[in-house]
Ligand binder design. Sequence first.
Ligand SMILES: NC(=O)C1=CN([C@@H]2O[C@H](COP(=O)(O)OP(=O)(O)OC[C@H]3O[C@@H](n4cnc5c(N)ncnc54)[C@H](OP(=O)(O)O)[C@@H]3O)[C@@H](O)[C@H]2O)C=CC1
Ligand SMILES: Cc1cn([C@H]2C[C@H](O)[C@@H](COP(=O)(O)OP(=O)(O)O[C@H]3O[C@@H](C)C(=O)[C@@H](O)[C@H]3O)O2)c(=O)[nH]c1=O
Length: 305
Amino acid sequence: MTSRKKVFITGANGLLGQKLVAQLLEKETFQVFASGKGECRLPGKGFEYVSLDIIDPAAVEKTLGEISPDIIIHGAAMTNVDQCELNQEACYDANVNATAYLIKAAEKAQAHFIFVSTDFIFSGEEGPLDENAVAAPVNYYGETKLEGEQLVMACKTKWSIARTVLVFGIAHDMSRTNIILWVKSSLEAGKEIQVVDDQFRTPTLAEDLAAGCILIAEKEAEGIFNICGPDYLSAYEMANITADYFGLNKDLIKRADSSTFSQPAKRPLKTGFIITKAQKELGFEPKTFRMAIGILAKQIILARA
Ligand SMILES: NC(=O)C1=CN([C@@H]2O[C@H](COP(=O)(O)OP(=O)(O)OC[C@H]3O[C@@H](n4cnc5c(N)ncnc54)[C@H](OP(=O)(O)O)[C@@H]3O)[C@@H](O)[C@H]2O)C=CC1
Ligand SMILES: Cc1cn([C@H]2C[C@H](O)[C@@H](COP(=O)(O)OP(=O)(O)O[C@H]3O[C@@H](C)C(=O)[C@@H](O)[C@H]3O)O2)c(=O)[nH]c1=O
C-alpha cells in the first residue's frame, strides 16, 4: 500500500477543523495530525492530536519539525470579527504572526501550504466576486487575513488559498455560533432579532468548505480558489429561509440595514464569491443553501440523540 500523506490541520477543534478531520479520516490516503490550542475537543479517534499554540514560534518549529508533514491546512485564526477589532494585538498574533511561523515550517518541510481565507478581505462595494478581485478590507480581521494571504503568496513552497464566506454548521464543543444556529435558537426562544437586508453573502456549509480544501490537497492545486456556497443571499433572506425550514415565527425577524444595525467591526456589504474556477478545476460542487440547512437539521437531531 502506498504510504499515506501526512496532513497537519491547524484549528482542528474549530468548526472547519472538525469537518476536515472527519472527512480526511474517511479516506485511506491521509495520516491526520489534528492540532489545536489546549485539550482535544474532537470526537472520535483515528487521528493524532497535537496540542499547539501557533503563536509560539519555537513550539511551531519543534512540532512541525518532528512531524514534517506533506500538507498543512491552516484554518486556525481569531475568527470573532468584533473581538479582532477590539483586541488587535491578539488578532495580529493569531492571524498574521502565527501564519508566518507556520509558513516557515512548511518551507522547511517543503509541505503544500493551504491557507483558509475570507471574503472580509474585500470592501463589499460589489459582489459576488471572482478570484481576481482587488482586496480592500473594511475591518481589522479582514486586514490580518489579507496580510496572511500576502505572506502565503510569497512563500517558497507549494501554496494554495481557499477563500470562503459565512460558514455555518454544527460541531462538538463549539467556541462560537453561526448565523443559522443563532437565528434558529433566537426564534425558538421567542426572541425578536434585527437582521440586515443590505449585507449579501454566499453562505457556506462547513462540510462543503472542508471538501473543497481536501480537493485542493488531493489535486495539489496551486493558487487561489473560491470555496463557498452557490447561493447569493442577504442575511435577511437567510434568516427567513431558516425560519421557514424550521417552521418558526418570521414576525420575530425585524428587517434592518447597516444604517440602523451596527456591530463593533464594520461588515462589508456585498461579498460572496463566484465559484466557477473551483467547479471547473477541482470538481467542487457545494450544496444549495436550502439543502445545506436540511443536512444541518439532521445533524442537530443526531446531536440531541
Ligand atoms: N466562520 C466563518 O464564517 C468563516 C471563516 N473563515 C476562515 O475559516 C477558518 C476556520 O474558521 P472556523 O472553523 O469557522 O473558525 P473557528 O473559530 O471555529 O475555528 C478556529 C480555530 O482556530 C483555533 N485557534 C485560534 N487561535 C489559535 C492559536 N493561537 N493556536 C491554536 N489554535 C488557535 C481556535 O481555537 P479555540 O477553539 O480553542 O478558540 C479554533 O478552534 C479561519 O481561518 C477563518 O478565518 C473564512 C470565512 C468565513
Ligand atoms: C448578530 C447579527 C448578525 N447579522 C448579520 C450580519 C451579517 O451579514 C451576518 C453574520 O453576522 P455575524 O456577526 O454573525 O458573523 P460575521 O462575524 O459577520 O461572520 C464573519 O465571520 C468571519 C470569520 C468571516 O471570515 C466572514 O466571512 C464572516 O462569516 O448576519 C444581523 O443582521 N443581525 C444580527 O444581530
